[in-house]
Design a protein around this ligand. Sequence first.
Ligand SMILES: Cc1ncc(COP(=O)(O)O)c(C=O)c1O
Length: 400
Amino acid sequence: MAFLADALSRVKPSATIAVSQKARDLKAKGRDVIGLGAGEPDFDTPDNIKKAAIDAINRGETKYTPVAGIPELREAIVKKFKRENNLDYTPAQTIVGTGGKQILFNAFMATMNAGDEVVIPTPYWVSYPEMVSLCGGTPVFVATTQENKFKLKPEDLDRAITPKTKWFVFNSPSNPSGAAYTHEELKALTDVLLKHPHVWILTDDMYEHLTYGDFKFATPVEVEPKLYDRTLTMNGVSKAYAMTGWRIGYAAGPLNLIKAMDMIQGQQTSGACSIAQWAAVEALNGTQDFIPENKKIFEARRDLVVSMLNQAKGIECPSPEGAFYVYPSCKGLIGKTAPSGKVIETDEDFVSELLEAEGVAVVHGSAFGLGPNFRISYATSEALLEEACKRIQRFCAACK
Ligand SMILES: Cc1ncc(COP(=O)(O)O)c(C=O)c1O
């Protein structure tokens, strides 16, 4: 009898966590490494949010909470969806989890049966296919292209849907590409989904507040209200409020699905951390001044990185609408010889030679299902980004 579960053979460890670890290991050995692998804002959590958590501790809000979240947070989530997305939900249609990650996992856990398919556009956030596989489903990948700014074409979505499709996973702005769909682009996808009433939509709106210029965020049910009864709209405080360590994510959707997710969570972690939930109440109900200030900083960094990368020989970097990632192509370097003498055959080779030669840690595109590309997180200071881009330019120039 095997000790470890068969399910483990269906999952891979996170490539993004592996890159961060490799960068940390090299740093510990004294190497000068710039890590651009992490998917979290470099800002501190705003003071009003920290204070709400401290007040919660002092009030003794330190006990178990209801599984789906404290009523105050569920109410704040209802208000957030109305205020920012014009969506109507009742508190009972919401659920709070330990990060958006748990929300997604529980949604799949609550719905996957053997043979069920989940349509996932590439490049994708690393955890989607692994969660689907762990829960016994089958990920079905649909490629996007750099020419189409990494956005899914409606005809490709249509072709990927089969009678076995249970979910379509939508993520805009996207991790890893930063691509965000306009209202019209999303409408073209929701029109396809209307033709397939058995398909549910899981929209991961985690980067909603990180869009640049005059781009306007849109979410599927806002664009097509007829999808209300088969959409789970997921969001969280991690990225918008610099709260990755607090571990609060949430979602709203049809009552039967929320109840099923509640049941799973009740036998798993129960309610999310009580103190972090009170902090999230303040994040959603309190001042939102932090968001536009951050956006300005991220936008300047995006512009810097895109411009410097496009000056690197062999690199092509589109300018994405949102998130804090760029997803440049390193196709022009494939077949070239790195300073170490190794021929670069894949984006993984590119990334590992870059780390060795110049101490810049980025994540290879094949980890996100689409290459030859790599992902840079620009959630770090302009000074470090400038230095990292200079090193990338030097590395590319040195590849012959
Ligand atoms: C696209 C996307 N969805 C969900 C998450 C999960 O966020 P959290 O669990 O911190 O709420 C992340 C975090 O990296 C992400 O990039």
